[in-house]
Design a protein around this ligand. Structure first.
Ligand code: IMP
Ligand code: MG
Length: 175
């Protein structure tokens, strides 16, 4: 089975991703100097990006994980966000950085911001690998963004279509 057969073309290659992830981490290191950070990986799509990003961070960090689902295996956002798995630890009075794979309509992060703000963190910021601003419906802007892309459905580097293609090492456009 050819892993690449459903891909029409590579949108962002491995070297480009690697260089940009290092740049994002440098921004985060600068902004959170002398602070401790809770970095939250939004499962499952962010796991590859998260794993690469955190290895460039130089402040003390704690990892946490949360699983959200808005898509229910379709390509169209339902606007309904379900918490499939909540954080393990309390975030009260903590600086929190949410690591997301892609912001599309923004419904997922809007919902998450409301949910987590109620737990009284010191701060919450969003770091996303990809942003599709042309599709935005909610008032959400990433604090750190790897790449702004046009309205393509992309997979790879953690992103899936129907649960597959997450292990592609690049970001590609589906056929
Ligand atoms: P939003 O709530 O519309 O912003 O959707 C965000 C979530 O939709 C992301 O975390 C992804 O899981 C998924 N998503 C949006 N666009 C894409 C895409 O192009 N490829 C794969 N997943 C996507
Ligand atoms: Mg996701």
């Amino acid at each position: 089975m050819d892993l690449h057969k459903d891909i029409s073309h590579i949108l962002i290659g491995e070297d480009t991703i690697r260089a940009r992830v290092a740049e994002l981490a440098a921004e985060i290191n600068r902004d959170y100097q002398n602070k401790a950070l809770v970095v939250v990986c939004i499962l499952k799509g962010s796991v590859v990006f998260f794993a690469d990003l955190v290895r460039h961070l130089t402040m003390p960090v704690r990892f946490d994980f949360m699983a959200l689902s808005s898509y229910e295996n379709s390509r169209v956002s339902s606007g309904i966000v379900r918490v499939a798995m909540d954080l393990y630890e309390t975030i009260e009075d903590k600086d929190v950085l949410i690591v997301e794979d892609i912001i599309d309509t923004g419904h997922t992060l809007q919902h998450l911001r409301e949910l987590l703000s109620a737990r009284a963190p010191k701060s919450i910021r969003f770091c996303t690998l990809l942003d599709k601003p042309s599709r935005r419906e909610a008032d959400i802007h990433p604090d750190y963004c790897g790449f702004t892309i046009d309205d393509h459905f992309v997979v790879g580097y953690g992103l899936d279509c129907g649960g597959e293609h997450r292990n592609l090492p690049y970001v590609g456009v589906m056929k």
